[in-house]
Design a protein around this ligand. Structure first.
Ligand SMILES: [Zn+2]
Ligand SMILES: [Zn+2]
Length: 317
């Protein structure tokens, strides 16, 4: 314990905190940069998707313009199976990638036969299932991890009893409807995980956890050091802060506020103490007339009413 105490006493908290902050900020910037780089394809796609869907739903494109934009968008992500424009009778007017899905010329989506409409089925193509997701969720799912497994799992949970179950392909589908002419734009994707993506996210999360734990322990250590300096029960204060973090810190600060510190040895003393109980240094003031303890800020003695206006009236240490 003594060795620990002298270690804590020697700790330069200012330096430790500065180093900690620099390391944290650098780690944060590097992590964000690294993740953004790893997921750059998905992020740029998500951004482009958002932009186009805004414009389509606000009718800002002519149809030819839209086709060009959609072709560009579909090339931005390998997850994109196809982007289709359907007229009000579900006839495919445009396919950005000429995928197999577009070959038959129409797509008519129906809720799945068992009545659950969480998955949609193409009437003419029983091998493809579509999971309908909202536009903003689509952008999210393109960037988020694990979604490809979740969609697959969702599907398996629902249709495990079907014979041809594994032969079916599940796609994500979101759509934008142009209300002026009834045209629908279908975004069909098959999300693939970024290689190593999960591992990188876990590594960054581990680093963040480590830094947070370090902060937690440092705070407890700081309160421990302060309590040691104030000749309080450092172990108790340290443990309180270790278990309650900021709450412990605030309680300690409030406790400290209610006391005065001996200017010589640092011990926390009752505000009414005239002498430090640890080192005997005179730390309080007394009225020169009646010898009662008075506060440094009082102008008159609360006991005898004597004016304590200046040094010679007893406001000396
Ligand atoms: Zn003292
Ligand atoms: Zn007095």
């Amino acid at each position: 314990m003594n060795r620990f105490n002298s270690f804590v006493r020697k700790l330069n908290f200012k330096k430790v905190i500065i180093v900690y902050l620099i390391v944290s900020v650098l780690a944060g910037i590097l992590s964000v940069g690294f993740l953004a780089y790893t997921f750059r394809d998905k992020l740029t796609f998500a951004y482009a998707y958002h932009q186009i869907s805004e414009k389509v739903s606000h009718n800002k494109y002519g149809i030819e313009n839209l086709k060009t934009e959609l072709s560009n968008l579909s090339n931005k992500s390998s997850d994109m199976v196809d982007i289709l424009i359907l007229d009000s009778k579900n006839k495919i007017m445009f396919s950005a990638k000429n995928s197999d899905l577009s070959k038959r010329g129409t797509i008519e989506l129906l809720p799945n036969v068992d009545g659950g409409n969480r998955f949609l089925m193409d009437k003419e193509n029983p091998d493809a299932y579509f999971k309908l997701i909202k536009g903003d969720k689509h952008t999210l799912s393109m960037t988020m991890l694990g979604v490809e497994n979740k969609v697959e799992q969702d599907y398996k949970d629902r249709y495990f009893y079907e014979k041809s179950f594994d032969a079916k392909k599940v796609y994500l589908l979101s759509y934008i409807m142009d209300k002026s002419n009834g045209y629908k734009t279908y975004f069909i994707s098959d999300v693939h995980p970024v290689a190593g993506g999960v591992l990188y996210i876990k590594a960054v999360a581990a680093l963040a956890t480590l830094l947070f734990m370090l902060y937690w322990v440092l705070l407890a250590l700081w309160v421990y050091a302060q309590a040691l300096k104030s000749r309080q029960n450092a172990a108790v204060w340290g443990l309180i802060t270790l278990f309650t973090n900021l709450a412990g810190l605030f309680v300690f600060l409030i406790y400290k506020q209610g006391h005065q510190a001996c200017y010589k040895c640092g011990a926390l003393q009752n505000r009414s103490n005239i002498y430090c109980t640890f080192c005997g240094t005179k730390i309080g003031f007394v009225c020169k007339k009646c010898n009662m303890p008075v506060s440094e800020n009082d102008s008159y003695c609360k006991n005898c009413g004597n004016a304590l206006c200046s040094e010679q009236e007893g406001k000396q240490k």
